[in-house]
Design a protein around this ligand. Structure first.
Ligand code: ZN
Length: 549
């Protein structure tokens, strides 16, 4: 426990200094969690924290600051984080990982975590991380998705792949590998109608097409490549095991005819399936390690079988639990429906967990890296909620985000004996030196704050104390910073709109300095929430997106 007591003191002091001399046990406990304290230890550690809170809160702010100067190094150190654990078969400089998106959708949080793990491991071993677009379904893939996926990967996640490859560029080579399987007698042309093919697979019964010899299959394959068979008239299947308990092994389809033109390669109509091109492409790219979720579990047997038949080297595959993102639709098909029907505003709708949405809401990339690292390579299904991400994000942006006032349903106060103050200077953040000037004309406060405090003395934050009376009136009482409730106010105003997580808008007013922010800035509206300035619209309103509390 010895190592925790110093930290408790350090965080108690830090919290006290940030809150005008008074620290709170809950805040200290939170900081300790971030440092790696396990939940089971709460019982043991809580009495120590409570004792420290009493002690520290008796000191003057001055004394607290002096004490903290010697202990500051104890706070916010990352040393207790475990980081990425070692990979099997990993040699410095030799590790090659890959990201392999299918450009048929926008990327979401689950993709980001997988990509970050693969990228971070390549970096950890001073290896390479490559990017491959699996663009083999002309009906679904598009240039738009490639552009947007690249934007997410490079500009949001900050991943720099050493190379970018498109599976569709390798069609000739992939056809050659298919031919090899046919010659080995391990793949055959099947002419069964789609429904029958499906039914026989379900029943585990072989169709008569399986009887053709390699020579016949090869000539049919050639015809297939010349587009002599149309959609659903023929497919190439692997000769697996129709009685296997693993459905994937029951002679899966390897190639099929797709009529729709591919955006990049117009001449090809015969396109490979995932289980075929995926292991071959990993071989082309000399991938050494694949980190992926265990939702691919059932596919491993087939992919390994294909690798064996084609004599391809096996990579080290590390499977972790599937990320289950609670509270958001992540299935590409369902998302597309919501977007195309107009129910959602787009792929960046705040109710989605797409990277476009997270970025717009003000989730910084470092939060995604921290989340990926903390999840690491756990084997169980991993539940991820927006709240988890928000708590990491909050910790990262709290120190940087400048603070402003936002007033919802404002009322204008009539203050008696208004002191002669024309302008004040207020720090933009308690830990920064930079200040902003606020010209004092009228005083607006939120009707909520007003209703709650009628008859009471409150402090207009950073300004002075007043006693609130009926009919929107108030009396000036004093200037000194007293230990009374503080509320936000604004004087010179700009209209504010905030886009909430449920895609509703709320509006109000904010201080005029907000007009000078650059779109993309993440700020904190005091006593409200963190928000990201999306734009200043043509009506002159500042449009924010709500990040989190
Ligand atoms: Zn058949």
């Amino acid at each position: 426990m010895a190592n925790w007591s110093e930290k408790i003191r350090a965080y108690a002091l830090k919290n006290a200094i940030e809150h005008e001399g008074k620290c709170q046990a809950s805040a200290i406990l939170n900081s300790l969690f971030h440092e790696g304290l396990e939940k089971e230890k709460i019982k043991e550690i809580m009495p120590l924290i409570n004792e420290e809170v009493k002690l520290i809160n008796k000191l003057s702010l001055e004394e607290q600051k002096n004490l903290f100067a010697g202990l500051e190094k104890e706070t916010d150190k990352r040393s207790t984080r475990t980081g990425l654990r070692e990979l099997e078969n990993a040699k410095k400089g030799k590790v090659i990982t890959r990201l392999a998106p299918e450009p048929s959708k926008y990327l979401h949080l689950g993709h980001a975590l997988t990509y970050i793990l693969n990228y971070s491991y390549a970096k950890k071993y001073k290896g390479k991380c490559k990017l491959r677009f699996e663009d083999c379904n002309p009906e679904k893939v598009s240039q738009e998705f490639i552009k947007e996926n690249l934007d997410d990967i490079k500009n949001y996640l900050g991943i720099k792949p050493v190379s970018i490859r498109y599976v569709s560029d390798d069609m000739k080579k992939l056809y050659k590998y298919a031919e090899k399987l046919i010659k080995l007698g391990k793949a055959y042309m099947c002419f069964c109608p789609q429904e029958k093919l499906k039914e026989l697979r379900e029943k585990g019964i072989e169709c008569s097409c399986r009887e053709y010899d390699a020579k016949k299959n090869l000539s049919e394959w050639k015809k297939f490549l010349k587009n002599e068979y149309k959609k659903n008239e023929a497919v190439l299947r692997i000769k697996g095991n129709m009685q296997s308990t693993n459905y994937v092994m029951r002679d899966s389809v390897l190639f099929r005819h797709i009529e729709k033109e591919h955006f990049k390669h117009k001449k090809y109509k015969i396109w490979p399936m995932f289980d075929f091109y995926n292991p071959i492409e990993d071989h082309f790219m000399q991938v050494t390690h694949i980190l992926r979720s265990n939702e691919f579990d059932v596919r491993v047997e087939l992919q390994d079988y294909i690798k064996e038949l084609l004599d391809l080297k096996k990579e080290t595959i590390l499977q972790y639990g599937r990320f289950n993102i609670s509270g958001a639709v992540t299935q590409g098909r369902e998302v597309r429906k919501l977007v195309e029907s107009g129910e959602y505003i787009g792929w960046d709708d705040p109710r989605l967990a797409t990277l476009k949405s997270l970025k717009r809401r003000g989730i910084v990339k470092e939060a995604l890296y921290e989340l990926a690292e903390s999840i690491g390579l756990k084997k169980n299904q991993i539940e991820i909620s927006f709240d988890m991400l928000a708590s990491i994000n909050r910790k990262l942006i709290d120190k940087k985000a400048d603070r402003y006032s936002f007033i919802q349903t404002p009322i204008k106060l009539k203050i008696k004996n208004f002191p002669d103050i024309k302008e004040i200077e207020v720090k933009i953040h308690p830990e920064k030196q930079e200040k902003r000037k606020i010209t004092i004309k009228d005083v607006y406060i939120a009707s909520n704050d007003y209703e709650k405090n009628i008859g009471k003395e409150i402090r207009l934050m950073h300004l002075f104390n007043i006693k609130l009376k009926k009919n929107n009136e108030a009396d000036f009482t004093s200037i000194e910073n007293k230990d009374i409730d503080k509320i936000n106010w604004v004087s010179e105003i700009v209209p504010i709109k905030i886009f909430m997580p449920d895609a509703s808008w709320i509006s109000g007013i904010g201080e005029i300095a907000l007009k000078n922010l650059k779109p993309g800035s993440i700020i904190q509206f005091e006593r409200f929430a963190f928000c990201r300035l999306d734009k200043i619209n043509s009506a002159g309103e500042c449009e924010f997106w709500f990040s989190h509390k």
